[in-house]
Design a protein around this ligand. Sequence first.
Ligand SMILES: *Cc1c(COP(=O)(O)O)cnc(C)c1O
Length: 396
Amino acid sequence: MPKPKTTLISAGRFPGAVATVNPPIQRASTVLFNSLDEMEAVQTKFSRGERAATYGIANMPLTNACEDALLAIEGGHRAMFFPSGLAAVSAALLASVKSGDHVLMVDSCYAPTRALCNTTLARFGVDTQFYEPTIGENIAALMRPNTRVVYLESPGSLTFDVQDVPSIARVAHRHGARVILDNAWATGLYFDAFAHGVDMVVQPATKYHAGHSDLLVGAVIANDAAWADLRETAMSLGQTTSPDDLYLLLRSLRTLPTRLSAHATAAMKVATHLQARPEVARVLYPALPSDPGYALWKRDFTGASGLFGVELKPAPHAALAAMIDGYDHFGLGYSWGGYESLVMLWSHRRHDPAARAARPWTGGPLLRYHIGLEDVDDLIDDLDAGFARLAQAAAR
Ligand SMILES: *Cc1c(COP(=O)(O)O)cnc(C)c1O
């Protein structure tokens, strides 16, 4: 059996009229059939959930090709693609709950996931309770007879808390609940979600999978048992992804293992450097032995990606602005996972996406760095120059 990284390179390759390494982009709403018999046969296969294309919305060649490549990375039974990562989050939840159900949502979730629970799901009579990311098997105390979903994100957005996924999954399954994991940070390459008890994986493929900051796309990967619910919900919501976007995604997936390991090596070097800086209170990166999540990360993950948090010692806002605005190589912007380095400041003075239901952030200024594929020494020089600006502005 070839390893996932090898399977990934040729998975889903299909020849067009002329044999090329890469597939043709086939745009379609209508799919044509040669006869009524063929049309009915394809329709029957489609109804059974097989990969039969009756219409451009599903099972088109590029969708199938992307699914093959994605499954090589993530494991799982089947996958569905969505126009964004958030659409994938929504679909996974909507596929798993009904009115009157209870959802246990990790408190360190991506902020729009929290909003989805508090608005749309609440409107349909689904009750969400937020739990501490480090709860582990104590989640048993929160399980109710109507708990349908335990939702995890590990490491969590902004604070990078590592969750004990197998323990939480065991408890959830004992109570008949489904386990959904947003696996954006590690991808299936560095955290094998299905082997750790997860039923549905949400992938904001916009991030590392797409990897070039030019594409919004999401995926949900389901195990055998969850697949029918996922397919039904995705189809009834009319979710689809354009062949042009899927082409870009497939092209990017080929290099994901190589890109991710380069992000990881550079991030470790930068995180270690930052940890030694006097301006830094702590670095939130599970691959550092000083991180509270290190033991779980070491046990369950096979790598660390290029995204981490940095808590600074208290500093005036103007000094933080001087530090950030002057960076040469760290762009200021949302999202991450592209080939370029980025920085974000989650200020607790303005709208604060780190606001938690259970335990609000009380530390110093919280930054998030994404380490790109630039030369890492240039990145370190840039960060050090930033600290010089911070000190200069703070002294004024
Ligand atoms: C970015 C992100 C999403 C949403 O992805 P989009 O494609 O931007 O909608 C979901 N979860 C996490 C953890 C993310 O970082």
